[in-house]
Design a protein around this ligand. Structure first.
Ligand code: ADP
Length: 164
C-alpha cells in the first residue's frame, strides 16, 4: 500500500538523472509526488522556470503519479496549500547534510506536522548535480550521461547559446 502525497521541492536547474532517481523511488512509495520548483532568492537560476517545468514534465511523462508545479514563497506555506505533510529530499555527500539538516529542522519548527523524508542517492549519481551539468554543457562537453535522454539536445543547445 502506498502513502499519501509528498512534495519534492528543488531548483531543478536543470533536472538530472539524480533527481529522476529520487522521483522514481518516491513515486514507488507515495500515491502522488508533486515535483515543485521553489523559487530560491539566493539562486537566480540559469534556465527560466517555465522551461525547467517543461523539462520536468517531459522527463517524467512515463510516471503516472507525478505532478508538476512551481511556487514563489515558503515551503511550509506551500505544503499547507497542497495539503501535504511530507517533504521529499535527496542526500548525496556529507556536504549536503548540513544544509538539509538545517532546512528540515527549521521547517519542522515552523510547521511541526511537516516531516522531511530523505532518500540516499544511488551511488552512480552521488557526484551529479545541476551545476555540474551546466558547467560541462556550457563548455560543449557531453552531458548525455547525466540528464534524461529526451532533454539532451535542448539542454545542450540552451547552454551552448548562453556561452556565446
Ligand atoms: P535545491 O536548490 O533545493 O538544492 P536541487 O534541484 O539542486 O535544489 O536539488 C533538489 C533536491 O534533489 C535536493 O534534496 C538535492 O539534495 C537532491 N539531489 C540533487 N541531485 C541529486 C543526486 N544526484 N542524487 C540524489 N539527490 C539529489
Amino acid at each position: 500500500m502506498k502513502e499519501g502525497v509528498c512534495v519534492y521541492p528543488g531548483s531543478f536547474d536543470p533536472i538530472t538523472n539524480g533527481h529522476m532517481d529520487i522521483i522514481e523511488r518516491g513515486a514507488a512509495i507515495f500515491n502522488e509526488v508533486i515535483v515543485s520548483i521553489l523559487h530560491n532568492p539566493a539562486k537566480e537560476g540559469a534556465f527560466p522556470v517555465r522551461k525547467r517545468l517543461e523539462m520536468i514534465q517531459k522527463a517524467c511523462a512515463h510516471i503516472p503519479n507525478v505532478t508538476f508545479d512551481c511556487y514563489d514563497g515558503l515551503l511550509v506555506d506551500y505544503m499547507r496549500i497542497k495539503n501535504a505533510s511530507v517533504v521529499l529530499r535527496g542526500l548525496r555527500a556529507v556536504s549536503d547534510f548540513e544544509s538539509e539538516f538545517q532546512m528540515a529542522q527549521l521547517n519542522h519548527q515552523i510547521a511541526p506536522d511537516v516531516e522531511t523524508l530523505f532518500l540516499m542517492t544511488s551511488p552512480n549519481h552521488a557526484y551529479l548535480s545541476s551545476s555540474v551539468v551546466r558547467e560541462i554543457g556550457s563548455f560543449g562537453g557531453d552531458i548525455s550521461p547525466f540528464i534524461p535522454a529526451c532533454l539532451v539536445d535542448e539542454v545542450q543547445n540552451f547552454l551552448g547559446q548562453e556561452n556565446k
